[in-house]
Design a binder for this molecule. Structure first.
Ligand code: NAD
Ligand code: DAO
Ligand code: ZN
Length: 369
């Protein structure tokens, strides 16, 4: 079938709106009509050419919501008409990783997903006979896409696509890092570095679990008001701190934070986030994705004396199990998504979404089809 898509033909060039061809679902796959998609920093990272695994030409996008149109042979958990969120971190419930219960990083389709193709090794997308790569197994910058059954979370029938698409990445990444990765407890002292689309969700996750002190750190003071609305109790602009930021934050938290979250992708900030953790038990979670080739460092004695460094992908969430619950939290008013979606636009204006992001003028832009 012909579908409308924003195609990334090459790195560091605007996306091009095209009519492309999409093959129907094969065994174990589903055809989903994408109704809305968010635009995330990871799409921009890949489009910039800085992503060493980036493949072109490709249909980017990994933060979508839509409706199942058709299912391939052997699909049992989904049917036409189901509302769904595509998962760039699938959940097969059968691989060694899923069965370990120690990680959300299902590996069932990892090799082919990384090569921009479906599990059978081929692409469903093409343009005038030329193969187009899938992206993160989701390719939501198209009004129809094909997904493996294990990479689809079925959600409730009344969830609005233009809001819950954000649960496909940013919301789950931020809130999940608090709940599933760090397991922050009531009364905890938390520091969040970077108050963008991820950091604000860490803040609302920390408020949800009853953190007592939630410090937000950002070099852009315009982020303060929204962060306060989401639960930040103290704001720190590193540019206004005299001297070293780490002792300043240790003083502010009276000994160091119980939990810190790096939501920027800056390896120097990652070090600060670790070192302002409380001696003996502080846990620092890296969420930000640093540029290719970058490395983190600290003095090993920071770890010897009890601080713990962790990372979190997709918030540690198991997509098919946890995403429907997070949609319920939104529908029940337990989490706020509406205030984070600052811009909505048609696919034809998707390049504006990237511009707004680069200028720091949006939290989340959403394309609706
Ligand atoms: P964003 O640009 O919206 O937010 C980053 C914030 O950091 C901005 O407010 C900016 O002002 C602030 N900042 C920049 N440099 C700073 C510094 N030196 N000190 C303090 N603040 C600083 O980005 P985002 O969408 O929130 O994404 C954050 C990171 O998370 C990105 O690296 C993204 O790729 C990554 N990410 C990770 C996952 C995952 O699963 N681990 C998922 C999605 C996104
Ligand atoms: O299993 O080896 C693997 C890779 C899992 C990919 C998880 C990606 C999470 C971080 C990237 C940002 C996503 C928007
Ligand atoms: Zn698995």
């Amino acid at each position: 079938m012909d579908v409308k898509a924003a195609v990334a033909f090459e790195a560091d060039k605007p996306l091009s709106i095209e009519t492309v061809q999409l093959e129907g679902p094969k065994a174990g796959e589903v055809l989903v009509e994408i109704k809305a998609t968010g635009i995330c920093h990871t799409d921009a990272f890949t489009l910039s050419g800085a992503d060493p695994e980036g493949l072109f030409p490709a249909i980017l996008g990994h933060e979508g919501a839509g409706v199942v149109v058709e299912v391939g042979a052997g699909v049992t958990s989904l049917k036409g008409g189901d509302r769904v969120i595509p998962l760039y971190t699938p959940e097969c419930r059968q691989c060694e990783y899923c069965l370990s219960r120690k990680t959300n990083l299902c590996q069932a389709i990892r090799p082919t997903q990384g090569r921009g193709v479906m599990p059978d090794g081929t692409s469903r997308f093409s343009l005038d006979g030329t193969m187009l790569h899938h992206y993160m197994g989701t390719s939501t910058f198209a009004n129809y896409t094909i997904l493996p059954e294990i990479a689809v979370a079925k959600i409730r029938e009344d969830a609005p696509f233009d809001k819950v698409c954000y649960i496909g990445c940013g919301v789950t990444t931020g809130i999940g890092a608090v709940i599933y990765t760090a397991k922050v407890e009531p009364g905890a002292k938390v520091i969040v570095f970077g108050l963008g689309g991820i950091g604000l969700n860490v803040i609302q996750g920390a408020r949800m679990v009853g953190a007592e002190m939630i410090v937000g750190v950002d070099i852009n003071p315009s982020k303060r008001a929204l962060a306060e609305k989401f639960g930040m109790t103290h704001f720190v602009n590193p540019k206004e701190v005299e001297g070293d930021l780490v002792p300043y934050l240790v003083d502010l938290t009276k000994g160091g934070a119980d939990y810190t979250f790096e939501c920027i992708g800056n390896v120097n900030v990652m070090r600060q986030a670790l070192e302002c953790c409380h001696k003996g038990w502080g846990v620092s979670v890296i969420i930000g994705v640093a540029a290719a080739g970058q490395e983190i460092c600290t003095r090993p004695f920071q770890l010897v004396t009890g601080r713990v460094w962790k990372g979190s992908a997709f918030g540690g969430a198991r997509g098919r199990t946890d995403v429907p619950k997070i949609v319920d939290w939104y529908m029940e008013g337990k989490i706020n998504i509406d205030d984070l979606i600052t811009h909505t636009m048609p696919l034809e204006r998707i390049n504006d979404a990237f511009d707004l992001m680069h200028k720091g003028e949006s939290i989340r832009s959403v394309v609706t089809f």
